[in-house]
Design a protein around this ligand. Sequence first.
Ligand SMILES: *Cc1c(COP(=O)(O)O)cnc(C)c1O
Length: 406
Amino acid sequence: MLNRRKLIQRLTAFPFVGGLVSTIPFASAIASPKDPKRELFKEFGVRTFINAAGTLTYMTGSLMHDEVLEAINSTSKEFCLLDEVQDKVGEKIAKMVHSEAAVVTSGAFSAMTLALAGILTGKDEKKVAELPHIAYTGMKSEVICQKSHDIVYNHALTNTGCKIIQVETAEDVDKAVNERTALLHFLHIESDKGKIQHEEWVALGKKHGIPTGIDMAADVPPVSNLWRFNDMGFDFVVISGGKAMRGPQSAGLLMGKKHIIEAARLHMPPRGFNIGRGMKINKEEIFGMYVALEKYINQDHDKEWKEWEDKIAHIQNTVNKISGITTEIHVPPLGNHTPTLRITWDAAKVKVTDKQLREAMRFGTPSIELGGGTANSVNVTVFMLKPGQEKIVATRLKEELNKATA
Ligand SMILES: *Cc1c(COP(=O)(O)O)cnc(C)c1O
């Protein structure tokens, strides 16, 4: 990849260069669009890196499997009806995840918006067109969720025009439910922070006759979470496609009750009289998502876990030899469920802050991104590494930590 020095050399080779944009005509002169090996990252001077941090949106999520890319490529050569693809792919996905119906969405966030929109309007097209202006329409307008579950992503729900009502206990739910309540929403990754657990949440929904939904965007592995919440009785479940499943970053799944999915689809392209017209997902992404899901369900998860443990052990054994370093492996129980190495140092012996270490790794060769920690710790995951990269991460960490110890 183009390191900074080379980039600067390239920039200064041109007298008129004021910024990166000016490198584009130059680069396209050496890389014709017909060149199968065209390297767009280099052409644009975009830094690429080894991802030892995790599936983070700002780091572009995950790397799609080759099979996903093949699905995208092979389906890009013909026309078909967008709805027909969604019908047929959705039917197969629903069987795989034990739901009545499913649809591929442009991510977990849009799946939440579309599901709630569908709940509010049903299949009434007049109501579909009215969202998000729900006042005086007779539509419901409130979503109940536990205080600890009310995170930024709930903006997906308020996009419909609804507001969030926070609760803490089951009694709070009983009091908060009224004729305006549209949904009881649950967030799996914060379930240990709430007083009400999944089963009780579903039971509260049933008791009050109100649908329940769950956001489990980043919460495979374990693979069983794909059907666990459908089996449990949630009316809809959303997950991201471009995190551990390694589908397109722009894709996700909405699974759930048939009437909700059917109504949600009225809010989606190709229809355009709705709030979801901008949440388009193309045929290639739909097929790509399907293939990613299929591959994820059928892969050997025990074998993969063992590979992660071996890679973590390699990095751990390498940095453990440095004096002042302690390491610990933990597995986040609810989301990003993968062996994670926390490297902590004695600030008196190892003179570096976490920020400095992460920058040294970022601007080293090759560039490596680590997970954030505290002032004197960082986190390392290996589930987004390509084969062999754990050796590079270990060596570079050792170099930088040794430097700080000297
Ligand atoms: C990542 C994430 C989302 C958003 O998912 P997208 O697939 O990027 O739309 C929503 N909720 C939670 C908890 C997430 O981690």
